[in-house]
Write a protein that binds this ligand. Structure first.
Ligand SMILES: Cc1cc2nc3c(=O)[nH]c(=O)nc-3n(C[C@H](O)[C@H](O)[C@H](O)COP(=O)(O)OP(=O)(O)OC[C@H]3O[C@@H](n4cnc5c(N)ncnc54)[C@H](O)[C@@H]3O)c2cc1C
Length: 450
């Protein structure tokens, strides 16, 4: 029975309020009639002629509500919900892929790709849900199912823009076999809700590898970055968010195979940290899950610095195993010689560092509470707002003001142009100098007798 006029209250939140849509693609993937497609801005588009008003997309949508009690129960069973940034962790490791191509092509240590490769190679799964840049529009990301090592190598690296990963569930529902998924927190929230609706997805997607996430960027970040460098979209064949040697750089691969660096310094110190203040997608600004709490195992970068402020572990990743399955996936990969791991459970040197926890562990919940008081739509969470000092509240307000101001192209574009130009080099150097000085001071303080 077709429903030409659809009640938007039963649909995914995008059809009532786009600011709450994660653009994770769950509604596209769960829709039994193919009534929802992805548009070029990665938001879903509804064909009301095909919609049967079944309400599955609304129930599986993670945009408007993330219930930590329910997600904890469905992921871990009978344990109380965690109330810290890292969530429930059984064991943690630092790791890197034994295969040098996987390691050097990875965002961190190539661990996600190595784990997926290990499961594929040994027949634990038949395919892996991953991402790549589109062949027809290389400035946009898309999901796909990797079925062999060549496919997996194509998926390596982080794509820091919004990608509707779960839209691939449509293909999974019509495929035979068992699959692993590598996903961001909002995509995992969508997956957990979707398997409550669809038992086929539950049977087929058997391992969830989570990615830490400080926030995804608006897809138009790539277009604007290329524009500041005078590069036309049609001139590129690929876009890399972390190309080259670790920690990588944003780069355009031109049609003539020339590779063009798009900013100075590395991706973290010279781009991502600035871009999250200008291009972070609206729904990411109110996401409070930075460590992908509802995965079997979560992977993060290892940004630990030594007393000189230099990175201690280049091309490594950190692995937080949350479930028995997660532990077995990581340890089996090590036993089979795919992954090099070192256990760091309980080692304070390997805790998630303060800056990483601040963005989503503190700023985001404070923003959610403040916006809710002002009547701005925010997702519903069943987690208390953390205690915060006046300084921390001021920081959240300043970051939010920057994000609000840079909604306007006239502010954002010149700022991006400046920050990625050679004129911003002294600014980045000054920031790095201050950072290193802080690390040296902290090291001296630790050495002083108390
Ligand atoms: C938007 C975003 C924000 C992140 N923020 C942080 C952060 O703040 N702190 C931190 O420690 N780590 C963050 N990460 C994770 C980090 O960048 C690495 O992905 C992670 O450490 C794994 O590295 P690796 O070398 O093991 O993975 P690789 O072997 O390089 O594999 C990367 C995997 O990530 C998948 N992937 C890439 N982009 C996306 C995407 N947009 N959506 C879904 N899947 C994707 C690929 O398909 C591939 O399977 C973020 C990742 C993304 C995509």
């Amino acid at each position: 029975m077709l429903a030409p006029t659809v009640d938007t209250n039963i649909l995914s939140v995008a059809f009532r309020d786009r600011s709450l849509c994660t653009r994770g693609g769950t509604c596209v993937g769960i829709c039994p009639t193919g009534a929802i497609q992805i548009g070029d801005d990665q938001y879903p588009v509804l064909d009301s002629e095909k919609c049967t008003s079944c309400g599955k997309c609304g129930r599986a949508c993670p945009g408007g509500e993330v219930n930590y009690h329910e997600l904890t129960q469905s992921t871990f069973g009978d344990i109380p919900p965690a109330n810290d940034f890292d969530g429930h962790v059984e064991k943690s490791f630092t790791a890197y892929a034994e295969n040098p191509t996987m390691r050097s092509g990875g965002a961190g240590g190539g661990v996600v790709t190595a784990l997926l490769h290990d499961m594929l190679k040994h027949g634990d799964v038949d395919g892996c849900i991953v991402t790549r840049m589109r062949a027809d529009k290389p400035w946009l990301g898309e999901p796909f199912i990797a079925r062999n090592t060549t496919d997996l190598l194509l998926s390596q690296g982080s794509r820091y823009s919004v990608i509707p990963l779960n839209a691939i569930f449509r293909e999974i529902r019509s495929s035979v076999g068992r699959f692993a998924i590598a996903a961001l927190p909002c995509q995992v929230h969508g997956y957990r809700k979707a398997i409550e609706e669809d038992s086929v997805l539950r049977e087929r997607i058997v391992v969830v590898i989570g990615l830490f996430c400080g926030g995804a960027l608006e897809p138009y970040v790539v277009e604007e970055l290329l524009q500041t460098k005078g590069i036309r979209l049609g001139d590129i064949q690929d876009f890399q968010f972390r190309g080259g040697s670790w920690p990588g750089k944003m780069r355009a691969v031109m049609r003539n195979n020339e590779i063009r660096d798009l900013h100075h310094s590395n991706y973290k110190d010279g781009a991502y940290n600035y871009f999250t203040g200008m291009y972070m997608a609206k729904r990411c600004q109110t996401c409070i899950d930075g460590s992908c709490e509802f995965s079997d195992l979560s992977i993060s970068d290892v940004w630990t610095r030594d007393s000189n402020g230099d990175y201690k572990f280049t091309a490594h990743s950190r692995v937080l195993c949350r479930t028995a399955l997660g532990i077995s996936v990581a340890t089996r990969a090590a036993e089979r010689g795919t992954l090099k791991i070192r256990e760091v459970t309980g080692d304070t040197d390997h805790q998630t560092h303060r800056f990483q926890t601040r963005r989503k562990g503190l700023n985001a919940p404070l923003r959610v509470a403040r916006w809710a008081r002002s009547g701005i739509p925010v997702p519903l969470y069943d987690r208390p707002t953390p205690e915060a000092t006046v300084k921390e509240r001021c920081t959240e307000y300043a970051v939010s003001s920057c994000l609000r101001a840079t909604q306007f192209h006239s502010i954002r574009y010149p700022l991006m142009r400046f920050l990625t130009s050679q004129y911003a080099k002294p600014l980045i150097q000054l920031r790095m100098w201050r950072k290193k000085r802080k690390y040296r001071r902290n090291a001296i303080r630790r050495l002083r007798p108390t």
